[in-house]
Ligand binder design. Sequence first.
Ligand SMILES: NC(=O)c1ccc[n+]([C@@H]2O[C@H](COP(=O)([O-])OP(=O)(O)OC[C@H]3O[C@@H](n4cnc5c(N)ncnc54)[C@H](OP(=O)(O)O)[C@@H]3O)[C@@H](O)[C@H]2O)c1
Length: 330
Amino acid sequence: MEKFALPNSELEISRLIFGCWAIVGGFNWGPQDERDSLAAIKMAYDQGITTFDTAEAYGGGASEDLLAKALGEKRKDIIIASKAGPADFAPEDIKKACERGLKNLKTDYIDLYQLHWPNPEIPLEETLGALQELRNEGKIRAFGVSNFGNKSLETCKKSSFKISSNQMAYNLLFRAIEYSILPQCISDGVPVLCYSPIMQGLLTGKFSSETEVPDDRARTRHFTKERPQSRHQEDGCEELTFQTISQIKDLSKEANIPMGNLSLAWLLHQEGIAAAIVGGRNAAQVRKNAASAQLALTPALVAALNDITRPLKEALGPNADLWQSESRVV
Ligand SMILES: NC(=O)c1ccc[n+]([C@@H]2O[C@H](COP(=O)([O-])OP(=O)(O)OC[C@H]3O[C@@H](n4cnc5c(N)ncnc54)[C@H](OP(=O)(O)O)[C@@H]3O)[C@@H](O)[C@H]2O)c1
């Protein structure tokens, strides 16, 4: 699998990263069998995916734990990207959070340690300084951020403690970062790692209308605020979302490329994108998704996907927070 060298680090990440959130089940995902989760992680490794994204927030450490259980003996061959939550950004707290992560992961270093969401209450420069200290101590090899918008990125740019990546929601049905965040990342030399790259399954074509989407996955701003778990105040754009999905599906049939693979490959063709972090609940899904890394799309196909998804991009606008109207991406 093709690799991408992250700046300000010695890390070479695989362009497809396995996302270890859904494999803990529970919030957002529902029941999950641990045997499927372990098989999914092992399949990712067997398919050449060497980078694994997790976070303490995923099952309160359960995701980090599963990753260690599945790939502990492969530690030297893999890159672990984990995250600290915003409540832990005070320097003394992030050091404790890192220790918890190391314990869950049963390792003595985390390759890429990321700030999960911005926390405007805590001076970012102090958090970045603490990350640099963790790096100097060998507990992390590099650090990055996630859900960082233009203002936070500006602070990162001015800091002498250099980040290696910004992890953002980005997919054919959610192109908000294209307005101003992706251009800033490109000009600052901060590669983007895309999360929810198949829009939590919607871009595989498995749901044909909004009523089929489970409530916890219908929390995003695509769906009406009337959905029980919604945390935004918007009417959503369900009709346009499913019209767009249907047009992508037609194009994928024409191109003879499964829709999820086409969606992942589209991301990997965008400027500034280092990798797509894709989840999978079982080995079969992971095997299927892994084939996307080898796909070369014609410029005409990329342009057609851009055109089809532009009305939805415009309807959802530049707010890069998938779930909330008052954007936490600052
Ligand atoms: N930094 C952040 O704030 C943040 C936020 C969200 C996610 N993330 C990271 O990004 C990773 C990926 O994002 P995500 O899990 O939200 O969404 P995703 O990767 O877009 O979607 C993953 C889900 O789609 C379904 N799926 C996957 N492959 C499939 C296939 N071939 N056919 C049919 N269905 C398939 C599975 O769920 P079902 O089988 O249940 O449909 C799977 O759990 C996470 O694991 C996490 O590491 C980070």
